[in-house]
Write a protein of this length. Sequence first.
Length: 244
Amino acid sequence: MTLELLIIPVAAFVAAVISGLGGFGGALILVIILTPIVGVKAVIPLISVFATCNNLSRVFIYRKSIVWKTAAQFTAASIPGVYFGAKILDWLPERALLFVLGLTLLGAIPLGRYLKKSEFTSGVKTIVAFGAVFGLVSGATAGTGMFVIAGLNSAGLRGPVLLGTDAVIGFFNGTMRASVYSALGLLTPQMILSGLMMGALTVPGNWLASKIVSRMGDNIHAKLIEALIAIGGIWFLGKALLSA
C-alpha cells in the first residue's frame, strides 16, 4: 500500500508532462499503472477527473494560442458519443473491456501513421467527424487523445496552437465523461477526491512540459508514445487472454 501511495503521484506527474508535450499519452500511462491498483472498471472514470484537471492547467498555460471556434465545433460533435460510450463501458464485462482497451491502443499506432502521411484538406466536416468518433471512443475507454490530435493536425494546427486547442476540447470532454460516469454510479465521491489529488500534480507537470516542448524533437516524442501505446495494448490483450 505504501508503494502504491508513492507510485500514483509520480505517475500522475509523469502523465501530465507527457501529455503536455504532445497533447496525448498521459492517460495511457495512467491506465497501465493504475489498472492493477484500482481495477479496469474504475480506472477510466478515475482518469476522467484527472484529465479534466490536466487539461484545465494546459488551457491556462496556452490560453493565448487557442483556436476557440475549432474547439467548440469539435466539442459539440463529441457530446452525443460520450453518453453512448459510457453506456458501453457500463455494459461490457471486464474481459471484453480489456480487449477493447488493447485493440484501441494497438490500432491507434497504424491509424496515427496513416493520418500523418495522408494529405487532405480539412474543414468543418472533418473536425465534426473526428469529434463524433472521439466522443464515442472516449466514453468507453481512455487514452483517446490521439483522435483529437489527428483531427486538429489535419486542420493545420501545430505547436502551442494545437496543444491549447486540444486542452479546451479535453477539458470539456473530461467534464462530460465525469458527469456521465457519476450519474451511472461508476464514479464515486472517493474516486473524485483521488482524481483531484492526482490532478493537482498536473500544474507543475504541464509547466515543465511547456518549458521543453519547443526543445524536444517531434520524432523522438512520437516514437516514445508509440512504444508506450504498443506496450499498453499488448499488456491489456495478454491480461484479457489470461483472465478466467
